[in-house]
Each structure stands twice: as structure tokens, then as C-alpha cells.
Design a protein around this ligand. Structure first.
Ligand code: PEP
Ligand code: MG
Length: 587
């Protein structure tokens, strides 16, 4: 039966494919194997299973002969249950099915089958049996842990599917069907893993439009919906689904008529992409001759290629924190960071790269084990520059690495979430200190411009003061909106109040741009507003001449720029900003 689940649209486009549900764990590899690897993959799971069976047998032998104090009866009963589950035919047959019919790698096949069986356990009447789900998860975890320690014969990822935009259902039943990921939640670090993965789209139960998970989805340029509440409960493994990333809807088990309609939409979107592609080499100049700088936001050094491919004239925001994520607490050292920044700089082939110093905390934990659940308001807590200043050794390591990378091309350094002049002074003195350390070591480094992000209302109000210290400003509208309106950007339950067109937000933004223009200093917007074509004309009318966004959004924004006349937009923008209901005037 066809039904729709509504959420928030975060990354445009249509994906049609089969649902892959994540059973709470996403940290396993997901890649396709080739048919000649099927036997080896099945053997890997079997070896993992056998090793765990042996381990349990050994444990059983050890506890036989122990007294009830050291080895209570429950422990032995638990081991029996684990043995039984390990030998369960549904587990084994299911895993084989996913490997041989779908060409999933062994870990992916195991977690997929685990998810399917978990649901069966959830539906059981008998409470005792229902509770065995936890045992099943432990058993699968043990097999995965064993497999992790054993070399993987198939090197991931052999094939990135021609994802999403895409085949038709004539392919049903074959392995060449696009897959879409459905999960309760995905952290930004999880998303990073999926950058190289096989998924044509994704849907999560939680999350806001400018949560970092959504931001990474946009950078992957695959259709995505977040905040879809109970999607992961309502969809079953392998269901056919359509993700409409423009409308923020997922359609489950679509009827042939609905499917045909979406396939048509998909083709239209493809044509539109093709049309936009022709603008790649066109200079971004408005009708009245204003040259507009269109820059790219990137998460990893290798994203530089996508930035160049989209025709970006530089990187306006390199979110360096993604280098630090998912590493189980082991942070990259100076050399590793230097090499990464250098790769981004060289990847941009002489174009400028703005590296933002680490911005972790709130909805960007370094890894899941470090999620900040302990503090009531992590978004107001030790985040971004506050985190860096609290750990000067870590911060100096990053500063030295950025300064050294600046020897290889034009680098700007951007400092996130500043609010206080004392923080500015402290930061600048640490940058000087990092230079002095490099001088002492006799190590080469390059000149940099230093900019501040305007993300907190206090900073926007003090823009003129900030400009006494900085070479440029960059407005992070995602946080500026969050902190101006007191709306958690990652919380879907208040997403309807997260309003970029709120008069207070627009006035802070306009005033920051005006302050920079008065003083002749560069100003850019690098929040999601910069890549949203609904705001391009307004921002141009406010006097903005530099926009930084995901490469996938760049050509659509360029198209708006080419049709804009800033001389005419300026008085209109003033009216919009002065209005109590700007959204109406924008429509
Ligand atoms: C912003 O806040 O607008 C921004 C660009 O930074 P981030 O989204 O990484 O917080
Ligand atoms: Mg921010």
C-alpha cells in the first residue's frame, strides 16, 4: 500500500530505490562486491561466526567447574542462547541472501539481516523472546568485531552505483537497483563515511534543515529528507521508496502512476542540471556589471575537485573539523593536518582557500562516544573557538598546520563563533605564538588573511569593532539564525520557527554587510542562505558580493546572479529589511 511520510527537505532531487535500514549502527563499511567475491564474503561471515562459536565454547568450558558465585547459572544460560542464535538458520540464510543476491559486502549483509530479525523480535508477543533481541545484537556485534580484525579481501568501494538519477524499475530483482538509506539519526561523521558510498538518497527521523548532517547531505548532492519522525519504524528493509528532496517527502511502496510521475520529474531535473552545467565557465556578473564571487564550502580536501568542477573561484569555507571526526579521540597531528590543508590548497590550483579553525560541539561531536549529552545546552556551551581556546596545545597544532599550508597557495584563516573582544585578542595572540614557534623551528610558512565568522548576534552588533582586528568577515547564517531566534538548528520539532527571513536576522545580516562595505573590507556569507536561490537577489540587494556554498548549489545561484540588476535590487532590499513581514515581500 502506498503511503507518504513527511519531513524537511534538505537536499534537492528525486531518488527512487530500495530502502536500506540501519539497525542503529552505521559504522560498518557499505560497498558492493563483484560476483566472483561472493564465496569469499560468505566465508568471511562464516569464519567470524565460527570464531565466536569457538570463543563461547571455550568460555563454557572455563565456567564449568567454577562455583555458582564466580559463574552464576544465568551466565551459562546466556551463553547457550548466544550459541543458539549463532546457529539460527534465518541469520545465516539471510546474510547469504544479501551477499549473493544483492552483492553487499559481508558486514553490510550481516547488519541488514540483523535489522530484519530485530523487527521480528520487536513484534513477538512473548516478553522473554522479545528481550532476546539484545542478545542477537550482541552476537552480531561479536561477529563484526571478529571480522574487523581479519583482513578484508574485497577492497572497498569497487563500485559506486550510478546512483539515484537513474534507472527504472525494469531493473527490479537485479542488483543494479539504487539504494536509499533510512536511519533514525546520522551524525555528521556517519555522513562523511557515506560520501564514498553507494546510497542514492537518505531519510532520517530526526534533524533540522541546517543540522550538520543535512549540510553534508547537500554537499553529497543526493536527495535527502530529515525530521521524518517515525520513518525508520514505518519503512521495512527493501521496500521501494521515492525520496522527494524538493518537497521533503518520502513515498513508500509507490503505485505505478506515482512512480511514473516521479520518474518524469527525475528526468526534468536531469535536463535542468544539464542546462545549468553550461554556465560553468560563464563569469558571474550581474546585468549592471557587478562581478560576484561564488565560492565553495568543502568538508574534506578531496572536495576541492567538486568545487573546481562547479566553477567556484575559491573555497570560502573549509570545515576543518571533519578531519577530526570519527577517530575515537585520536586527533590528527600537525603533519597530518598540514598535508590535508596542503592538499586542499593544491587541489584548488592557485585559487584561494579559506580554512576555518575547528568548530566542534553541539550537533558536531568528534565521534559518537563523545556526544555532548552531559550539558543541557551544548549549542551554548564549549563549542568552536571556545573549545579551541580551552585547549591551546590542540589549537596551536592546528594553527601551525594552517600557516605551513599557506606556503603553498593563498590561504585565509577563519575563526568560528567569536563573541568577545577578549576571545579575539586571545586568538590573535595564539596565531602570533604559532608563527613564533615555526620561526624557532626554522619552518616555512606563508602569509594569511584572518577573518571572523559572524554567527552570534553579539558579533553582528559589534561588526565594526571586529573589523578593527580582522581582514574580513564571513557570516555564518546557520548559527546566526539559531542564536538570534533561539531555535536549535538540529531540532525538527522547532524547525518551523527557524526562519532566515525573520526581520531580526535580516537586519543583523544587512548591518554586517554595510559595516564591511563602509570600511572597504571583504565580507562573505557562508551559511546555507548563500546557496539558497530564494535569497540570492535579497543578498545582492543588501550589497553582498561574495557567496560561499556547496558546489552543487553554485550554478543555480550563478543563474540568479546573471539575471539580477543590483541597482534595482538595492531599494527593494531596503524595503524588505524594514518590513515586519519580509517573507511576504520575498514571495
Ligand atoms: C554557519 O553557522 O552558518 C556556518 C557556516 O557554520 P556551520 O554550519 O559549520 O556551523
Ligand atoms: Mg556555524
Amino acid at each position: 500500500m502506498t503511503f507518504a511520510i513527511h519531513g524537511l527537505p534538505v537536499a534537492r532531487g528525486i531518488a527512487i530505490g530500495r530502502a536500506v535500514l540501519m539497525a542503529g549502527r552505521v559504522d560498518v563499511a557499505h560497498y558492493f562486491i563483484t560476483p566472483d567475491q561472493i564465496e569469499a564474503e560468505i566465508a568471511r561471515v562464516r569464519a567470524g561466526r565460527d570464531a565466536v562459536v569457538d570463543e563461547i565454547h571455550r568460555l563454557q568450558q572455563t565456567i564449568t567447574g567454577m562455583g555458582p558465585k564466580e559463574a552464576p547459572h544465568e551466565l551459562s544460560a546466556l551463553l547457550d542462547v548466544h550459541l543458539m542464535l549463532l546457529q539460527d538458520q534465518d541469520l545465516i540464510a539471510g546474510v547469504k541472501h544479501w551477499i549473493s543476491e544483492r552483492l553487499y559486502n559481508a558486514e553490510w549483509a550481516l547488519t541488514t539481516q540483523l535489522e530484519a530479525l530485530s523487527r521480528q523480535f520487536d513484534e513477538m508477543e512473548d516478553e522473554y523472546l522479545r528481550e532476546r533481541k539484545a542478545d542477537l545484537e550482541q552476537v552480531a556485534e561479536r561477529i563484526l568485531r571478529y571480522m574487523k580484525g581479519v583482513a578484508t579481501p574485497a577492497a572497498p568501494p569497487p563500485a559506486r552505483r550510478p546512483a539515484g538519477r537513474q534507472q527504472d524499475l525494469a531493473l527490479e530483482g537485479t542488483v543494479d537497483v539504487p539504494l536509499v538509506l533510512i536511519a533514525h539519526d546520522l551524525s555528521p561523521a556517519d555522513m562523511l563515511q557515506f560520501k564514498q558510498s553507494v546510497f542514492a538518497g537518505f531519510v532520517t527521523d530526526v534533524g533540522g534543515k541546517t543540522s550538520h548532517t543535512a549540510i553534508v547531505a547537500r554537499s553529497m548532492d543526493i536527495p535527502a529528507v530529515v525530521g521524518a519522525r517515525s520513518a525508520s519504524q514505518l519503512v521495512r528493509q527493501d521496500d521501494w521508496v521515492i525520496i522527494d528532496g524538493d518537497a521533503g517527502v518520502m513515498i513508500v511502496d509507490p503505485s505505478p502512476i506515482i512512480l511514473a510521475e516521479y520518474q518524469f520529474k527525475q528526468r526534468q531535473a536531469e535536463l535542468e542540471r544539464g542546462r545549468l552545467g553550461r554556465l560553468r565557465h560563464t563569469p558571474a556578473v550581474t546585468l549592471d556589471g557587478e562581478r560576484i564571487e561564488l565560492l565553495a564550502n568543502i568538508e574534506l580536501p578531496d572536495d576541492a575537485a567538486a568545487a573546481l568542477a562547479a566553477g567556484a573561484v575559491g573555497v570560502g569555507l573549509f570545515r576543518s573539523e571533519f578531519l577530526f571526526m570519527g577517530r575515537q579521540g585520536k586527533l590528527p597531528d600537525e603533519e597530518e593536518q598540514y598535508q590535508a590543508y596542503r592538499r586542499a590548497v593544491e587541489g584548488m590550483q592557485g585559487l584561494p582557500v579559506t580554512i576555518r579553525t575547528i568548530d566542534v560541539g553541539a550537533d558536531k561531536p568528534l565521534d559518537d562516544s563523545r556526544r555532548d549529552d552531559a550539558h543541557l545546552n551544548p549549542a551554548l556551551g564549549l563549542r568552536a573557538i571556545r573549545w579551541s581556546l580551552a585547549d591551546p596545545a590542540m589549537f596551536l597544532t592546528q594553527l601551525r598546520a594552517i600557516l605551513r599550508a599557506a606556503a603553498h597557495g593563498k590561504v585565509n584563516m577563519l575563526i568560528p563563533m567569536l563573541a568577545h573582544v577578549s576571545e579575539i585578542r586571545h586568538t590573535l595572540s595564539l596565531i602570533d605564538f604559532a608563527r613564533a614557534e615555526l620561526d624557532n623551528r626554522g619552518q616555512v610558512y606563508g602569509p594569511i588573511d584572518i577573518g571572523a565568522m559572524i554567527e552570534i548576534p553579539a558579533a553582528a552588533i559589534m561588526a565594526r569593532t571586529f573589523l578593527q582586528y580582522f581582514d574580513f568577515l564571513s557570516v555564518g547564517t546557520n548559527d546566526l539564525i539559531q542564536y538570534t531566534l533561539a531555535i536549535d538548528r538540529a531540532d525538527e520539532s522547532v524547525a518551523h520557527l527557524y526562519d532566515p527571513a525573520h526581520p531580526a536576522v535580516l537586519r543583523l545580516l544587512a548591518d554586517t554587510i554595510a559595516a564591511c562595505r563602509e570600511q572597504g573590507k571583504p565580507v562573505s556569507v557562508c551559511g546555507e542562505m548563500a546557496g539558497d536561490v530564494d535569497f540570492t537577489r535579497l543578498l545582492l540587494g543588501m550589497g553582498l558580493r561574495s557567496f560561499s556554498m556547496h558546489p552543487a548549489q553554485l550554478l543555480a545561484v550563478k543563474q540568479e546572479v546573471l539575471h539580477a540588476d543590483t541597482a534595482r535590487l538595492s531599494p527593494w532590499a531596503q524595503e524588505v529589511i524594514a518590513s515586519d513581514e519580509p517573507a511576504k515581500r520575498l514571495a
